[in-house]
Ligand binder design. Structure first.
Ligand code: ACO
Length: 321
């Protein structure tokens, strides 16, 4: 078939749970501030596992769920803003670990929009010899944040989620729309790697050239999302049963729901347990909703995946399950 459908979902988070009270031991913060402004209660933080480790756990679960052998997978796309290496790609590490010997592998970089971007790319690839692919989004944000900056450190968590996409006679992914606004890149920056070589005078190495931890203008992103992202979501005339938005802040979900005039109950939420897991958040939300039987593959339910983040990037995918 010429179309693509999701046939399995999975997610994985590290065992170590860090509560808001735990954070107040190491930062000048408290549960009341964090919960009332973001909806976050706790997050999972790696005690050593890197992004590829989380993604490999998801890949193994996807094989278990689907019953496929690793050799049945034709491609692996990983979305991450915190890859283990610049090379090899995280997708290649996953491909090697599960021995998906027939799969090609690439990474996609779109920060918190990573899963929505990668799923869109994957959907376009399905066809011909690409019958089946894994799309995995994973981030270990705990290695990117500045743990002395309370305004960002309390927001993020580590995790990964993904799907197997397979060719289908019927259309399931009804539309996908991706957007970027690179002019607003400085709203969220992380992991600048400096140019250093024997031809660079050491005194010309500015502060700007040094490796940077994550910095974010939360206010600007908040209003950008409530304004622009709401506008693109409002355009859908189709019936939508549930909205699966990037989990950056529960108050963003409240405001988007108001802006587009759709009941808040339609906006799934799990930020209280995971914080903002960047690219992984929509994938984890989707897997949980399926495991909790709120959503069922093959049911015909219509859902809108919507993610936004660094770049700035954002995107919406309308899916008939
Ligand atoms: N504990 C206690 N006080 C704090 C903390 C903390 N953890 N962090 C900040 N404060 C203080 C600030 O210092 C400030 O104090 P001041 O008024 O005395 O200066 C006060 O709280 C208010 O801080 P603001 O940053 O103005 O708080 P705001 O209400 O804007 O909430 C937040 C901040 C939660 C970050 C919000 O702006 C937000 O959620 N923005 C969206 C983030 C987002 O969507 N990011 C995109 C995805 S991320 C990605 O792509 C990887």
């Amino acid at each position: 078939g010429q179309f693509a459908k999701i046939i399995a979902t999975a997610s994985y988070t590290p065992d170590n749970v860090v509560t808001n009270d735990d954070l107040s031991q190491i930062l000048d913060t408290n549960d009341e501030w964090i919960y009332s402004r973001t909806g976050i209660k706790e997050r999972h933080i790696s005690t050593g596992q890197d992004t590829s480790d989380l993604c490999i756990e998801v890949a193994k679960k996807l094989l278990d769920e689907s019953g496929y052998d690793a050799s049945d997978i034709d491609f692996i796309i990983v979305a991450s803003m915190t890859p283990d290496y610049q090379s090899p790609s995280t997708a290649c590490i996953v491909q090697g670990a599960i021995e998906a010997k027939n799969a090609w592998a690439i990474d996609v970089s779109a920060a918190c929009s990573g899963f929505v971007y990668a799923l869109t790319v994957a959907e376009k690839m399905i066809g011909g010899s690409n019958k089946r692919g894994m799309v995995i989004a994973g981030d270990v944000m705990s290695k990117a944040v500045d743990w002395s900056d309370r305004s960002t450190a309390v927001l993020f968590g580590d995790g990964a989620g993904g799907v197997i996409l397979e060719s289908s006679q019927k259309q399931h992914i009804l539309s996908s729309n991706l957007y970027a606004q690179g002019k607003k890149a400085n709203c969220l920056q992380s992991g600048k790697s400096p140019v250093t070589n024997p031809w660079i005078k050491s005194d010309s190495l500015s502060k700007e050239n040094s490796f940077e931890k994550l910095s974010m203008n939360g206010r600007q992103i908040f209003s950008f999302v409530v304004g622009n992202v709401s506008k693109t979501i409002k355009d859908y005339s189709e019936q939508i049963d549930y909205y699966l938005l990037h989990q950056a802040n529960a108050r963003i979900l409240d405001q988007v729901s108001k802006k587009i005039g759709q009941p808040r109950e339609k906006f799934l939420q799990n930020i209280e347990k995971y914080g903002n897991t960047s690219s992984a958040s929509v994938a984890i939300l989707l897997d949980e909703a399926i495991k909790n039987e709120i959503l069922t593959l093959g049911s015909g339910q219509q859902i809108l995946l919507s993610a936004f983040g660094g770049g700035l990037t954002w995107g919406n995918i309308l899916i008939k399950l």
